[in-house]
Ligand binder design. Structure first.
Ligand SMILES: C[S@@+](CC[C@H](N)C(=O)[O-])C[C@H]1O[C@@H](n2cnc3c(N)ncnc32)[C@H](O)[C@@H]1O
Ligand code: SF4
Length: 316
């Protein structure tokens, strides 16, 4: 509740952002086909390169034929089209710390869009002391560290990385934050899967002991990309809970716009490129309107939406 009030106050600093958020809220609630509000959440892929190969990840099973980083000049061109966003997540399907311009990008947004909440997810492998300080100094508001496990064996079987290094890197970041008086929120991320299900009740205690500010337990991973459907995940009604075609804007590292954050990297889900055509035009293109209209009538046009089981996101 307190966080909601704080967010509201931050947004109120900029009346245009606040009014755009309210506008978007009603358009989403009423499942409008034509959107007059500008996008409010942006997920911007800073790279699709990665240093891990987790079993649940799209990268594990899909053949990605193009790898790259978002260039800084393109980043500026894109951000200038999103002046009213409430949140910016600098992720996608890769490890954000592999983009050497990440810190500069965060600083740019904090300076030019001060009312926007900036966050990243990281696998934590590159949280060296130098990178931790640069991240904290950049003004990043939230960093979620993806653990998915509470022990070496389970971590290795899911993420294949070095668990001890992850724990030490996390402790280092938490220590630097506390010593430096930074207010970046540091979260422990746990995607509940059949492999780690038995550990879920101990997640909070484990994360508290390390000094995390909170935990983010995601009750089920998406099996869209070949990872086996989870016997423990909860399936709920997509039409009620999925707001992606209204709320979210996902842009790949090369500027491709995809309607949903779970459908990246495939040409059939790309509805244009924001470096060639403005997002304003793209969100109300015939194709995007058709998808929203059908979705509102409970008719799913995109094949993958039928398979998507990620509606559990955010639900306890
Ligand atoms: C795609 S990663 C990108 C950032 C970074 N590489 C990391 O692992 O945190 C962002 C988040 O998506 C999660 N993720 C990966 N595959 C997923 C899936 N099939 N369903 C749900 N979440 C998934 C990861 O565990 C991670 O917490
Ligand atoms: S570290 Fe993140 S992007 Fe890389 S394979 Fe794992 S989930 Fe995917």
């Amino acid at each position: 509740m307190l966080r909601k009030i704080q967010r509201f106050i931050r947004l109120s600093y900029h009346p245009l952002v606040l009014s755009n958020c309210l506008h978007n809220y009603f358009e989403n609630k009423n499942r409008r086909t034509i959107l007059r509000a500008k996008p409010i959440h942006l997920i911007l892929e800073v790279t699709n390169r990665c240093n891990l190969n987790c079993i649940q990840c799209l990268r594990h099973n899909q053949k990605i034929n193009r790898y790259g980083d978002l260039e800084y000049t393109n980043f500026i061109k894109i951000i200038r089209q999103f002046k009213y966003i409430k949140s910016l997540n600098l992720n996608g399907f890769g490890e954000p710390l592999l983009n050497k311009n990440l810190f500069k990008m965060i600083r740019y947004v904090r300076k030019n869009l001060p009312y926007t909440f900036v966050s990243i997810f990281t696998n934590g492998m590159l949280l060296t002391e130098e990178n931790c300080i640069k991240l904290l100094d950049s003004g990043l508001q939230r960093i979620s560290i993806s653990f998915d496990a509470l022990s070496k064996e389970i971590y290795r079987s899911i993420r294949g990385g070095d668990f001890d290094m992850l724990v030490n890197n996390s402790k280092q970041l938490i220590r630097l934050k506390k010593n430096g008086g930074y207010d970046t929120q540091i979260l422990f991320d746990f995607n509940q899967m059949d492999e780690n299900y038995f550990q879920r009740d101990n997640v909070e205690r484990f994360a508290n002991n390390l000094g995390f500010d909170g935990v983010n337990i995601i009750r089920g991973v998406n099996s869209l990309w070949g990872y086996q459907p989870q016997k423990h995940s909860t399936k709920i009604n997509v039409f009620e809970h999925c707001g992606e075609p209204w709320n979210y804007t996902q842009i790949a590292y090369n500027g491709d716009w995809v309607l949903c954050c779970w459908q990246p990297l495939k040409n059939q889900f790309c509805y244009g490129n924001v470096l060639d055509t403005s997002i304003k035009k793209l969100i109300n293109s015939n194709q995007a309107k058709k998808i929203r209209k059908n979705f509102a009538q409970q008719n799913i046009l995109i094949k993958n939406c039928k398979k998507c089981n990620y509606y559990v996101y955010g639900l306890k």
